[in-house]
Unconditional design. Structure first.
Length: 351
């Protein structure tokens, strides 16, 4: 396996990533899936890069279960491949970023307990691509209460933030404070010790993360403001972005139009005109968040083209691969639930 020692091998890794990126599903693939049932979706996946996972799991699962397991196993394989390919500082930067799946898994467990979902269903949704090992993830999924999860995570990077947010969770009965605390701990942990005065690789990594943090702050403040809960948005501000400070973001919380205007005047504005137009047209929080996802994907692609031999194409691929998995999962679940094609299509994020 690769290590953090030695010279970063950007040419090799970015070439491998370009090949993987080219294999991702496109709009035409999604149109085909929308007309299929879960079993047909699994068979279609068998003719794509998901072939080995579908074949390995096909004897034990079928339908949506087969799709779910194959997606999660393939996602973990792809991201572990990134670590196997990378050397030097590139390895270190990728490994730090992939802690996003620890954050994903923590939020998945919290949501499962909150919705009284059975342990196995929660475990099915976990993605084994972060630093938490399988044993620890199983223990989290089997926790009986949210308070138990917060306690179990006490010695991790999420511990302090979750503990601080727990009182807000208890007083509001909403998961928003805990979910935002997880996001803040993840991103602030990523930025910890990073300096723009360091080498070019670090500066590009920071620029990429700043965009994610800015869009995460926008998403979080809108969720808080529209929940109606008595929560100060500035308390869940994630530091490290370029657009806002905590006070300004809290002031903008009540006006989507002002938020959009602020983004248009930002370093992202020229690249994101089309996505921002969609933000203005969005008539629901879900539509707004999907437009934010598209905006971030487009910005990550922009950085990848401007800096083709850097960590940016790798991180952009991680975002795009996550989105592919989310889209396929949404289609399979929607078809199983009998939703119309138009309703399912509203859940998809496609560039």
């Amino acid at each position: 396996m690769s290590t953090t020692e030695g010279t970063s091998n950007y040419e090799y890794v970015t070439a491998r990533v370009r090949a993987r990126r080219a294999a991702l599903f496109d709009e035409e693939d999604y149109r085909k899936l929308l007309r299929m049932g879960p079993g047909e979706i699994a068979r279609y996946m068998e003719e794509t890069e998901y072939e080995s996972e579908v074949n390995a799991l096909g004897a034990r699962y079928d339908g949506v279960d087969l799709v779910e397991y194959a997606l999660n196993r393939n996602l973990a394989k792809n991201f572990n491949d990134l670590l196997d390919w990378a050397d030097g500082k590139l390895y270190h930067l990728i490994a730090r970023y992939l802690r996003t799946f620890d954050a994903w898994n923590v939020k998945t467990v919290l949501r499962g307990i909150y919705a009284d979902t059975d342990d196995q269903s929660v475990q099915d949704d976990l993605i084994h691509a972060g630093e938490f090992d399988e044993e620890f993830l199983t223990r989290l999924a089997e926790a009986g209460a949210i308070e138990d999860v917060v306690e179990m995570l006490g010695t991790t990077i999420f511990g302090d933030s979750l503990e601080a947010a727990y009182d807000d969770y208890e007083s509001t009965g909403l998961l928003i404070p805990l979910e935002n605390a997880v996001d803040r701990a993840y991103y602030e942990g990523l930025m910890d010790g990073m300096s723009e005065t360091e080498d070019r690789a670090t500066r590009l990594y920071i620029e990429f993360l700043q965009a994610e943090i800015d869009f995460r702050n926008i998403r979080n403040v809108l969720r808080i403001s529209r929940s109606g809960a008595d929560i100060d948005p500035s308390e869940y501000y994630i530091s490290g972005g370029r657009l806002f400070d905590a006070t300004e973001l809290a002031q903008l919380a009540g006006s989507t139009d002002e938020l959009i205007a602020r983004i248009r005047d930002s370093p992202y504005g020229d690249e994101l005109d089309e996505a921002l137009d969609e933000l203005e047209r969005a008539d629901s929080l879900i539509g707004f968040e999907h437009a934010l996802d598209i905006a971030l994907l487009e910005y990550s692609d922009h950085l990848s083209h401007v800096f083709p031999l850097s960590v940016c194409p790798v991180l952009a691929y991680v975002l795009a691969k996550q989105r592919e998995v989310d889209n396929i999962r949404a289609i399979a679940r929607g078809r199983e639930a009998g939703l119309s094609e138009d309703r399912i299509e509203e859940e998809l994020v496609v560039l």
